[in-house]
Design a protein around this ligand. Sequence first.
Ligand SMILES: Nc1ncnc2c1ncn2[C@@H]1O[C@H](COP(=O)(O)OP(=O)(O)OP(=O)(O)O)[C@@H](O)[C@H]1O
Length: 915
Amino acid sequence: MDDENMHRASTRSRIPQVGLRELNSATTNARSGMSGILPPGTIAKKAISPTRTKSTSTVDTKRQPPTTRSAMGAPKTHTRGNSYTSSTITRSGSTASRPNNSNFSSTMSYGARPASAMARPQTSLGTRRLHSASTSMARPATSLEHHTEDHAASILGKRKGMPKSIYHTLHHSSWSITIPEESPHDHHVKVSRGLSHGAVNPESSTPPGPRKEVSPKLSSHTPPSLQRKKRDANDRFFHSVRSLPQSKVPIPSPARPTATDFRSSSKKSRRPPIPMFLSKDSTVTDFNYSLDTEWDLESKEKTMEEMIARVFTRVNQSGQESQGLKEAVEVYKVRITELEQSRDSINEKNMKLRVEMDSLAQQLHAAESALRDAQRDQEIALDDLEQRHRIELETMRQDNKKEMDSLTDRHEQDIRSLKRKFETEVAEEKAARVRELGQLTTQSAMDIQRTEIELEKKSREIRAAQAQIQAMRTDMDREMKTTHDLRHNLDTVNTNSVALESTIRALKARIEFLEGGREEQSQAFEHCNQRMMDALAETEATKEKLRREETLRRKLHNQVQELKGNIRVFCRVRPPLNSEPSSSIAPMQYPDETEDAKEINVMGPEERSSLGTVSRKNNTFTFDRVFGPSSQNTEVFDEISQLVQSALDGYNVCIFCYGQTGSGKTYTMSSQDGMIPLAVHQIYETAQSLEDKGWRYTMEGNFVEVYNENLNDLLGNPNELDRKKHEIRHDMQRGKTYITDITTVKLESPEMVETILKNAAANRSVAATKANERSSRSHSVFILKLNGENHITGERSEGTLNLVDLAGSERLSHSGVTGDRLKETQNINRSLSSLGDVIAALGQGKDGGHIPYRNSKLTYLLQFSLGGNSKTLMFVMVSPLQAHLSETLTSLKFATKVHNTHIGTAKRQARVRDS
Ligand SMILES: Nc1ncnc2c1ncn2[C@@H]1O[C@H](COP(=O)(O)OP(=O)(O)OP(=O)(O)O)[C@@H](O)[C@H]1O
């Protein structure tokens, strides 16, 4: 093999795996063992280039002429077929140059690695490939194991004519030169160096058959002329060899390179040590070269024989050396066996590990796929769940929406029903509250009235207490003054005592003087006594005369009243109010205004005659007294005070006010200076003045109301108004009237009458409403019963003063009035008509004639105060307004009728004390 091919093989078959350098080196050593496995100490001599090793496979030279290229193609074929071999060969030198890289190499020394150790390096090719490679490849190590000497001998033995010694030498020196003779074209010269016994294993070599001996690279890149040239040279060489006699051609034993040379060569160059071996010993190259030259056969035979002789010599030497080598080989074999066992165990472990790894990988793969399946299943399940969840959500949403709609409807219905219920309840509550408010208002008004009454009472008590205090102060002042006066008098007395003592002394002297004229003094004393007795008799006669005169006065007073008429009519016109303009005032005249007026002229409404002339009728009315608008209550009372005195004298007196609503009836009767208070005051004053004349009076008052022909107690409980029934009872013998369950108030002071009037007014206002002014729709009667007793004369008197405020006398139309209002109207009209009827009946003056008192409650109540022994005064009240003119004329006409009525003589209700 030339350097070029060696280098080419080296470059093409470089072992790439650096990490497997250890085994590679071992492998390389094994390869190099072809030349490098030497006995210790002889390595340098045995070194031989493994590149010389040729495949033992034969090539048909006829079809493919033997050329240098084809000869070199065999290893190339191996190299191409199994790059492993080629690479190990190429690497051998470089590996050998680095023996220290491996302990094993160092231990075994260079080239000591047996061919069997050329196990497939631990590369990435994997165990299987290693195994296949080890089984399929022609490995020297394998051949080393399987080739025996017999086998080698059989090979060598095929060389006919070879002397046994030579054969033996060759056999033991591991060198062999095989010249095939089966085919003239098969010019392979096998010069091989087996490790032990020929080291050529044709079975392990490339399998027989046609082979492409030429390197494709060489064929493709080498110029055809050069290829042809080399083929010619090879042909010539093999031709000359064939022409040699059939004998072993001794090949001079090359001088073996020493290990040092090998190393140095490796260090200098990566080229294999072959050239060194060849150049040093001039063996193959020279031999080839010499073959190429034209030989002189005889001389050359000699030379050859010499060479063979040298070879034999060297073979003998080599035989000896080979013996040592065999021993070494045995050692190596053992070692290799151990290593192989170790390798096998490692391989087994590797195998196991790989199997475990594979199983783990499979498990991992299975787990991963299971995981992926599980993930996929989970995703599918999740999708399904999500889908179901979405559907359920949608269903729930729709259900909820339906439920919410139904709930909303129900809720709205509930709200509507609740609202209706609430409104009903609110309306009921409101009505109840309104009723309650009305009751509370009424109650509060009553409470206020009671409180006012209480306040009034308290204030009266306070005033009384203050008056008492004032009286006590006055008394105290008087006492103090008296004390002061007494002290002054004491001083005076003391002063006078001195004077008196002197006076006494003077009197004693005078007594002594008078004792001398006693008779004159006795006469003077009797004269004085007589005069005093005369004066006392005269005084008693005067008092008797006064009593007789009082009785006479009463008789005369009664006679005067009788002369005035038992029923009298006064007319009073109220003044216009501030709210009433003068234009609304009806023209009225008072002809006798300067003196006691008794006439009133009232211009009637305009009347249109048949001729169309408008005229107004002048109506003149004459009464017992006419009071104009400017008249005061006191003036009016002066005129009636004599009637009040009549009541004190034991007559029944009835004073009533008649007139339309707003004409001034209440003002005249019940105002602060009205007839009732003034009458009470007068009664008190008169009663007190009569005390000197022996009269003691008790006064009891009732205040009643006639409303709708029912009696109401205006001094009673206001809640019982219109509820409590009161009956009118008449004591016909005594001419007394009683009312059942009526409140009677003892008038112990003139101030009490104010309280009575206020209570009565309050009770009437409680019963009043806006649509029904109570004072206008009912008659009020203040009844004052006066009982007097004269403890001197034993006389008794029982008079009654009735002060009546009639309901409005205006003509009330029945049309358009219904219910309570109609009933009121009917009752008012009936009672007033009854009054007129009673007065008219009284005016007829028939004894025992029927007087229709019972036609109304009012006349029945006033039965003993109208006619008979009673004195009646009617005030006809007149409104000054033009609008009331018609009613005014009606009232005046009614009053005129009453005024024209003559009622019989009144009888005094007096009795002589039974004693
Ligand atoms: N002589 C008068 N001087 C001043 N004011 C008067 C006089 N007479 C009546 N009035 C006033 O005229 C108004 C109506 O009087 P009053 O209420 O007394 O009439 P009446 O006839 O009692 O009415 P009713 O029938 O409604 O009770 C009251 O405001 C009252 O003060």
